[in-house]
Design a protein around this ligand. Structure first.
Ligand code: GTP
Ligand code: SPV
Ligand code: MN
Length: 616
């Protein structure tokens, strides 16, 4: 039911006039959607509104103070992760249907979403959030502009941290009609039947209309539409439609050898909650810190294209980090802790919170939870002190997160906003794989590299509802973000990267191999992950030879720089061994996996058969 006090068209026009929004296409879009969702007010947001909006959110109880310039928020307890089965890519072309993109007809979905969203912002403010998913001046800027409409103030505060937000971006559009229309309506979270057959939530990207319609959540990937829905799903589609680029769930980092002055850049796809943020924020281990420096460019999304010089370039379209809190501490990720210091403006979501001392805590922040339970609330807002004896469920939600801007990241690259991006020396794939996958294996052939990405198999994590621990294939870590069919996606990869005269090397990495008996991680991970990356760069430069195997080249044990690190010999040899039997079995699974994809390029099948033949 539309609230009788809903804004009128002339109210909206007046707000847009006052905010200096002159683009007629934007004005039409905002007015149209205000007419559908029926908010009581409309407000246009610039990043400079942050302090006022934070004050309003504190006043309204949507945020709690968590120290000087730090904030805590809790999302509804049934709304704490992306929902993959409720997420849909819609177009007018049935050929866009893939195995994973949950394709539907665009017109049908648009009408259904209109029905769901109608009147649902009654009594609320509709915030108009113009944003840019690129550094300004980027060669891909034309695909980066969007306007999110949301009826949720904490979502606005997240958007200001995660994207470049401001009306001025709308004045610079080359084609004033070419921006992503991204509509977010929260809905009545307590009555949406999350996870039941009556689930009301739908997260739809109408990719060929460049329109995103998300209903029924206020959590990150479902609600910050610049990030996943535009930065990945829409951009994945645009990259192919334009023939110009790839949009991938990749981290992006730089490594400098301070002794030789050499510098490399590595982009890498790891499924959700599988180590991208940690890798990009890695600081060189103490024993190597005087020689190497790791620079952060991005931790979740990279757009890649081929430059005029024949190299592959990449940039991070985001402006902030939406990082997993769990296990973030001074030894695993000191950079992350620095980026959420007092004064940083960071927002913590669904962690544990002390309502008396305003401290936050999550599993793995310290070895044990705070001993004094007084004032502590778990992620659902329930008092820890009231828990029944023996209730050892986590204090923080496993997918609880921190949100902070890139400028707060201590190792952020000096040129992180450079519009030309950085040249990519290596593309790596990895996931949580408890056996089979060695620490690192290098792949020099393009089709074999793309094949390796397509067959990335890993354990799913708590970043998606209800999937934690399931083994599944996650092609290039894009399974939840794929915008069109996997065969066409592979062909687009071969075409884009195939244009490069100096292509990057590929590699598969695995930090998560476990001991079959006691389950301990065989490799210490985190900051130590720099070591296999250094080996990869040395291999690329011809400084080390490695050991050839049917699935790529792996390091000889003596080639890994191990200064200041001890790993039990038995563990070391396990992570640098190819278990041929296990790999042969894997090839059968891969065959079934790949056979699902329509129009898979013959080069990929050839790569598969080559590897299978080498395994014997
Ligand atoms: P999304 O933001 O969901 O896309 O995740 P992400 O890939 O950026 O994952 P992130 O770096 O936030 O790591 C997720 C979890 O994996 C955290 O709990 C980390 O502590 C843990 N983790 C990251 N790197 C390593 C590692 O090298 N070894 C081990 N054992 N755990 C790791
Ligand atoms: C992921 O789930 O891969 C994320 C967090 O990066 S979200 O924004 O929720 O998608
Ligand atoms: Mn992610």
């Amino acid at each position: 039911m539309v609230d009788s006090t809903a804004v009128t068209n002339s109210d909206v026009e007046k707000v847009l006039d006052e905010a200096g929004v002159s683009n007629p296409h934007v004005r039409e879009y905002v007015t149209y959607w205000a007419g559908i969702t029926g908010p009581a007010r409309v407000e246009v947001v610039n990043a400079s509104d942050d302090a006022r909006l934070v004050a309003e959110a504190l006043e309204a109880g949507e945020l709690q103070p968590a120290g000087e310039g730090l904030y805590y928020s809790r999302s509804y307890y049934k709304d704490t992760a992306r929902s993959e089965e409720r997420t849909i890519v819609a177009t007018s072309q049935p050929l866009d249907k893939g195995v994973y993109n949950n394709w539907h007809d665009g017109q049908e979905m648009t009408e259904a979403q209109l029905g769901r969203m109608r009147g649902q912002s009654a009594g609320k403010t509709m915030y108009v959030v113009p944003y840019l998913m690129a550094p300004q001046g980027s060669p891909l800027e034309a695909y980066a502009a969007g306007v999110e409409l949301t009826d949720n103030r904490p979502v606005v505060l997240h958007m200001i941290r995660m994207a470049r937000v401001g009306v001025s971006y709308l004045d610079q559009l080359e084609d004033p009609a070419h921006f992503v229309r991204a509509v977010h309506v929260t809905g009545d979270l307590e009555n949406l039947g999350q996870g039941t057959p009556e689930d009301q939530r739908y997260f739809v990207t109408v990719a060929d209309q460049r329109t995103i319609l998300h209903f029924g959540s206020s959590y990150g990937g479902n609600a910050l539409l610049g990030k996943i829905a535009h930065g990945l799903r829409q951009a994945c589609y645009d990259g192919r439609a334009s023939g110009r680029f790839l949009a991938e769930q990749f981290m992006l980092l730089g490594i400098s050898d301070l002794e030789t002055g050499k510098r490399w850049h590595i982009a890498g796809g790891f499924p959700s909650a599988s180590g991208k943020t940690n890798l990009a924020m890695t600081l060189a281990p103490d024993a190597l810190g005087s020689r190497y420096r790791v620079d952060f460019y991005g931790d979740d999304i990279a757009w890649l294209w081929v430059g005029d010089d024949g190299r592959v370039y990449a940039m991070n379209p985001e402006f902030g980090v939406f990082g997993v809190a769990k296990d973030t501490n001074a030894s695993t990720n000191p950079g992350a802790l620095d980026s959420i210091q007092p004064g940083s403006g960071a927002i913590f979501t669904n962690v544990a919170y002390n309502e008396k001392t305003q401290e936050v805590w999550w599993e793995g922040k310290t070895k044990n939870p705070p001993a004094d339970l007084d004032g502590w609330l778990d992620w659902k807002g329930e008092k820890i002190a009231d828990r029944e004896n023996g209730d050892d469920s986590p204090w923080a939600h496993p997918n609880s997160r921190f949100t902070t801007t890139l400028a707060n990241v201590p190792n952020v690259a000096a040129d992180f906003e450079a519009p030309q991006g950085v040249p990519v020396d290596a593309i790596i794939f990895g996931g949580r794989t408890r056996d089979r996958e060695p620490l690192v294996r290098a792949i020099t052939d393009l089709a074999e590299g793309v094949y390796d990405g397509l067959t990335l198999g890993a354990e799913a994590t708590f970043a998606a509802d209800g999937l934690d621990g399931q083994l599944r294939y996650d092609p290039m870590s894009m399974r939840p973000f794929m915008a069109y069919g996997e065969g066409d996606y592979a062909a687009h990869w071969l075409e884009v990267i195939g244009k490069a005269s100096q292509p990057p090397i590929f590699a598969h990495v695995n930090w998560f191999q476990r001991d079959a008996q006691d389950g301990h991680f065989l490799w210490p991970g985190y900051r130590e992950n720099l070591r296999p990356l250094l080996w990869l760069m040395q291999f690329k430069e011809g400084e080390v030879e490695g050991v050839k195997t049917p699935v790529g080249v792996i390091p000889a044990e003596s080639e890994l720089v191990m200064d200041g690190l001890e790993v039990p010999a038995e563990d070391m040899s396990r992570i640098l061994t190819i278990d041929t039997e296990r790999w042969r079995q894997e090839m059968g699974f891969r065959e079934e996996h790949l056979a699902q994809f329509d129009r898979l390029p013959e080069e990929i099948w050839e790569a598969h058969r080559r590897v299978a033949a080498d395994l014997g």
